[in-house]
Design a protein around this ligand. Sequence first.
Ligand SMILES: CC(C)(COP(=O)(O)OP(=O)(O)OC[C@H]1O[C@@H](n2cnc3c(N)ncnc32)[C@H](O)[C@@H]1OP(=O)(O)O)[C@@H](O)C(=O)NCCC(=O)NCCS
Length: 165
Amino acid sequence: MQLVPFRKEFAPAMLAGGPHNDEVNRLTGTHKAGTFTLEKIEAYIERVLNDPDRYARAITVDGKYLGEVMLTINEDNRSAGFRIALWDGFGQGYGTAAIEHVLDYAFNERGLHRVDLEVYEFNERAIHVYKKCGFREEGRLRDALLWDGEFHDAIVMSVLSTDNI
Ligand SMILES: CC(C)(COP(=O)(O)OP(=O)(O)OC[C@H]1O[C@@H](n2cnc3c(N)ncnc32)[C@H](O)[C@@H]1OP(=O)(O)O)[C@@H](O)C(=O)NCCC(=O)NCCS
């Protein structure tokens, strides 16, 4: 598994996703996947590449785009929001390795103090991996997601540079 900077050539793979699109859209709460186009994805890549407050890496295996990790950085607070999504290849350690890399970057290279995320309560695999990587639950956004007519809580998790991870 490699973590590489975004490239415009990844746009078709980003648009296509993978064999589990419906599930990944549910796990990430992505309502509007059907409105994405190649042009929109290319513009997104361009925006991310030109934004000094974003740290983004594509997760690739043998050069194939499998997903992405992203920090959205707030320098004033030395904090960042985190997100990750794989489109395929779950359960092979890629997610854990990508999260560990991003936390190392956040705390040791970028000097951040806090990294936080939101995860839906039904996403047990993600919650397990986040805890393993040092994130702790700090609260809940009640009924934050409406999916197929049902409300679900989002769990807020964070890890601090001073936590023992
Ligand atoms: C969440 C995600 C990043 C995890 O990455 P991954 O590469 O699949 O996970 P890893 O292989 O590194 O680790 C999987 C771990 O979860 C555990 N696991 C798998 N399914 C599980 C489940 N249903 N409940 C609890 N733990 C589970 C595995 O046993 C393994 O634990 P271990 O490392 O302690 O042995 C990835 O699965 C993903 O992107 N999923 C789709 C999108 C998504 O959910 N994004 C997060 C939105 S908040």
